[in-house]
Design a protein around this ligand. Sequence first.
Ligand SMILES: *Cc1c(COP(=O)(O)O)cnc(C)c1O
Length: 379
Amino acid sequence: MELPFFPADQFGADRSLLLEVIREIGLDAEQRFILGRHTAAFERMLGDSLGVADVVACGSGTSALTMVLRAMEVGAGDEVVVPAFGCAPLAASVLNAGATPVFADILPHTMVVDPAAMAALIGPRTKVLMPAHMFSVLADLPRIEELAARHGVRLLEDSAVAQGAVLRGRPAGTWGDAGVFSFVQVKSFGMPGEGGAVVTGDPALGEAVRLLRNHGQDGVHRFVHHRIGYNSRFDEIQAAFQLRRYAGFPARLARRARIAEYYTERFAGLREAGVLPPPSGRDGRCYYVYCLLCERRDELKEWLAERGIGAHVYYPLPLPRQAAFAAHAMPGQQWPNAEHASARILALPVYPQLSDAEVECIADAVCEFAMRHAALPTP
Ligand SMILES: *Cc1c(COP(=O)(O)O)cnc(C)c1O
């Protein structure tokens, strides 16, 4: 049996659709391949589904973060509070905008940023709070939103992995001044290429990002540059493909949630054996990946690999411990929960193409490992 971490045939069901849109747009008299009517329609569709003022499709989730920071006039001398545990773009986007990331520790079980740790790091230079939804859980946005309002700083929601997730009735991406999505292949609404989007209820931010994504041009006057911008445009073939696949997205997300619920039920009793599943429930959950904490993480990963099951470690180090970012961290600051998580986290396959039998098999393998190792002292 071979169960890779990501589906081997992710777009299998949409293959003819993919060929159809390539043919359609390739043969279209307009011969327009970026930022055309399909991109505009994709933006409108996402905006309508979220009930926000503006959606700006762009080159990637990373570029979406960078452009929002630039649109918020974040630059040299400013600080942005980010989680100490998460993906590189959280720190890189801030540094690439010329500002300084300030790393807040995470909560030990859910692994999202701790609002109290964020609060303690807000100072006179803080311009933006940038929580991220990670792994299987949404950040505590009600508290972080309140914190941002209280301190008069802006809120940028890194919802790159949480498209379609909802917290207290409000969709991920719509909590902050702006949110971002990523459509890179592995994300929950991934596509066969690179792309992202900025989601915002603030028309001025949307307008600024529109300028930035195409070299600072306003879309009316060509070669007139109002700001130093980026090449972060959206592809027409991808837009047409995503437009037509959107109808199936809720069902794929629901399938992910069902798989995750099954895992969590199966793993509920394994705490004593050193395996801790994420909190159960559906509100505030995003099952882009399913992450558990395991005291013998590397052994479990090896055990699964021996059984043909792919598992990933997101992420092996806290962000401020990465060589790329360490020099930018506050000297002497510690992130014990991020350290704890990075030594224990393991992501299991949770994609909708998995059959019930395959899901059962993965759960069996984890349970069997836990039973075997329960009697052993933790390393
Ligand atoms: C993937 C990801 C990004 C970046 O998206 P790309 O489209 O790969 O640039 C940003 N933040 C988080 C939390 C992500 O998981």
